[in-house]
Design a protein around this ligand. Sequence first.
Ligand code: SF4
Length: 317
Amino acid sequence: MTNILKVKNLNIGFDLSDGFRQAIYDVSFNLQKGETLAIVGESGCGKTISTMSILQLLPETARVKSGEIFYNGQNLLSFNQKQMQKIRGKKIALIPQDPMTSLNPLYTIGNQLLEIIELHQGVKGKEAFDIAVKALERVKIPDATEKMKAYPHEFSGGMKQRVIIAMALACNAEIIIADEPTTALDVTVQAQIMDILKEIKEKYNISLILITHDLGVVAQNADKIAVMYAGRIVEYASNKELFNNPKHPYTKALLNVILDINTETVQTIEGHPPSITDDISGCPFHPRCKDCMDICLSNIPKSRCPDNSQVACHLYN
Ligand code: SF4
């Protein structure tokens, strides 16, 4: 299968008052057509920064130090803002945690859909209206024609997320980046949104990057998984491999958290992930790792490929 997206050795950091601080280290992953890649890890591990760089939507103080991001063979990091405008929303769409960051409260749902259809598809009038209604129907919004007249505040959180997904569909996006798309929603609505994403992905062969800390969602939806810790991908494997045969101690610890939730004894991983201002030598997970060895205190583990995974841990040297 062809890679629609290829992220290669991405290094990103922040310009802080005391100088440049690296936040993302040598992150690489591929995304194939119709595939779901989940990027998982605790808050602050770098999953959002890594993916926002694909759309050149990094915070002002952040900058890409090195790396390449190929979308259909073109390096997006060499694109200027005008070129990126043709990619954002049209080719690669973003579904944020809070849909109100993408919806304008002052305009109706219909106006906002029509605007992006006109901008990205170059069609107007009835043709654009029909595309908009069809997109709302595809995400199972009832009375879609009527709902075109509604304002965002008339919609629940789950319905607003459906509108954002409809916007991506209306523009025939090839890749959807969903950044914790269900975190702000209750459990039933979360399941509905994930079902819609899964359905449109399969029906329209869309590729999905799912950023989440919820391994339950990952287990049910991802084809492959990148586990991130302290700005690095520490394990990269297929869904089956990761859940049946996890290798990195951090992945195992994350999986234990959900296993314990299932038995109603919630356990968290002891300790905290480092912040980008911490100077840590060796493996960044060593202060929390039950398998820590002497070498881990001084040497950063390189990514290796035991069996069918890639794992960065000295246990697999
Ligand atoms: Fe643990 Fe060492 Fe592996 Fe890091 S390299 S995860 S400290 S065993």
